[in-house]
Unconditional design. Structure first.
Lengths: 414, 121
């Protein structure tokens, strides 16, 4: 297949086959004997817009459903989902973007489940938490009613069609319509007990979101009571006023992911949410790790000067941050000493969860964790899967994995 | 040193590439502007198939005398090849990562014998 290169020059590359593209990842998995290591990927994606034909009919409201479905009809002129600016594919340099539609799958089974199996098998991943891609911008939708409808429809589709087709290897944290606190609560009450639901996810890319607002306390309580995880999944938002001086995607991307998690994590910590909901697992996704030591130091410093503004806190902000969980990707690995310090500061052995973010352009393989020279074996196993096994109650897939979970103290049963 | 046949030079078009295996080694062979270049096919980032992605001219930013930017341009002379996994971009002539020259793919010699192209490993 030809891709467009410089000056319109065409370069021939092979058609996409995920298993073939990731053949080197499969070799890494074999070399490291990942078969005996439970590996859970807590952040992987599919392109849900390619399934809108199946998803949108699940919308509840007749009028909004007709609007959404009409916008997608031939010659339709609407956009049902807010879209962002950017060049994730780097002008085709990351070839799986332009080649995605060329990959062949078999009929009779969800395409995304088949593609997921291919990359999970190649990497040695046992389970992956499936997240949408375009819907990460759902918080930018001007209509909270439409945000609810889209989240609702996706939740029904993913729990009724996609996950049941994944041979129990995919789970999810369902996207909450966070602009609608009552609707978010209804989502938890409706979908919280469904198979494959490990928690709920707030898309962090939102211009106006106060996680400490009283309107959300019932929601957090409902999650805590059910033992479900609350995740914040970050993203870039080049169109935001904050980033309009950025003239390159790299700038908006590098800052955006960190910024939105920094913003919401600050509000979460300063307002004592860790004291209010001490048993609620909170997971911060896809902002890398370098922002965490920065925020810990910054908040601890100001907290010592202004404790009167954080009267609910009984310990330092960094202590509350160490109670929370973080996904590993995209792991900044340029300065190994800095990374080691970061792991120490966040108690990575118990608080860090491996994430690939596949198939996105900056995905990380399990080897990025496994090969770190400063990790203990216990930390390796916990980060790659042991901690997720406890959080999401995912059983080991073979006896070797079970024995390793027992050996490293994280086994909580099948 | 073993020599591994790649293909006939007459069948190896400019701008194309071949992937060959010598034992455990995977090697990408490029033909660029009439010359042959061969590198390890294992990206130094996370081990992706470094030689199997797009080839694309280096992007340059040109400045005027007063240091104002004229914008971005494709280089007239420098060509890169890009690992398709994450976009690690290597210099076609040296195998060096264009952002950090210390990051360098193993380079293999290429010899031609008549119409036949061989990699030496």
């Amino acid at each position: 297949m030809d891709l467009i290169s410089d000056r319109g020059r065409r370069v021939t590359v092979e058609e996409l086959n995920t298993s073939k593209l990731l053949a080197h990842a499969a070799k890494q998995a074999r070399d490291r004997k990942f078969e005996d290591v439970l590996i859970v990927d807590c952040d992987a994606h599919h392109y849900e817009n390619e399934n809108f034909g199946e998803i949108l009919p699940y919308m509840e409201n007749d009028v909004l459903r007709q609007l959404a479905m009409s916008s997608r009809a031939k010659q339709g002129r609407g956009n049902v989902m807010p879209s962002g600016f950017g060049y994730q594919d780097m002008g085709g340099r990351v070839t799986r973007y332009p080649l995605r539609s060329s990959e062949k799958t078999e009929g009779g089974r969800q395409r995304d489940a088949q593609l997921g199996e291919r990359w999970m098998d190649a990497m040695g991943v046992d389970y992956s938490c499936l997240f949408p891609t375009g819907m990460l911008n759902v918080g930018l939708h001007p209509q909270k009613e439409m945000e609810f409808e889209l989240c609702w429809a996706y939740a029904r589709w993913v729990t009724e069609q996609a996950l049941p087709d994944s041979n129990d290897r995919m789970y999810t944290m369902i996207s909450l319509p966070f602009s609608d606190p009552e609707g978010s609560l209804r989502m938890v009450e409706t979908f919280g007990d469904r198979k494959g639901v490990g928690g709920f996810m707030v898309t962090s890319v939102r211009e106006k979101m106060a996680v400490q607002d009283n309107a959300y306390m019932k929601l957090y309580r409902a999650l805590e009571e059910r033992g479900l995880t609350l995740a914040f999944h970050s993203g870039p938002h080049w169109g935001s006023h904050t980033f309009q001086s950025c003239n390159r995607f790299i700038s908006a991307h590098a800052l955006g992911f960190s910024w939105f998690n920094i913003l919401h994590c600050t509000n979460w910590v300063v307002n004592g949410m860790g004291e209010r909901f001490p048993k609620l697992p909170v997971l911060w996704i896809e902002a890398g790790l370098a922002w965490i030591p920065f925020l810990m130091q910054r908040l601890d410093h100001e907290f010592m000067l202004r404790p009167s503004e954080c009267p609910l806190l009984k310990k330092k902000p960094s202590d509350y941050m160490r109670d929370m969980f973080y996904s590993s990707q995209p792991m900044e690995i340029q300065d190994m000493e800095a990374l080691e310090t970061t792991f120490r500061m966040i108690n990575a052995e118990t608080q860090l969860l491996y994430a690939s973010d596949y198939p996105h352009w900056d995905f990380d393989l399990p080897s990025t964790i496994w090969d770190l020279p400063f990790l203990t074996d216990k930390a390796r196993h916990n980060i790659l899967g042991g901690t997720a096994h406890k959080l999401f109650k995912l059983p080991p897939r073979n006896e070797g994995q079970k024995q390793n979970l027992i050996k490293y103290g994280s086994y909580v049963g099948a | 040193m073993a020599e591994q046949f790649v293909c006939k030079a007459s069948e190896f078009k400019d701008g194309e590439r071949q992937i060959i295996r010598i034992g455990e080694a995977e090697i990408g062979v490029f033909r660029h502007e009439g010359e042959f270049f061969a590198y390890s096919n294992y990206c130094l980032h996370q081990g992706g198939p470094a030689c199997e992605g797009l080839t694309i001219a280096r992007v340059e930013e040109r400045l005027r005398e007063d240091k104002t930017s004229m914008g971005l341009y494709f280089s007239e002379k420098d060509m890169n090849f890009v690992c398709p996994w994450h976009g690690y971009e290597y210099d076609m002539r040296t195998g060096e990562h264009v952002a950090d020259r210390r990051v360098k793919l193993r380079k293999y010699d290429v010899v031609t014998k008549g119409d036949e192209v061989y990699v030496v490993a």
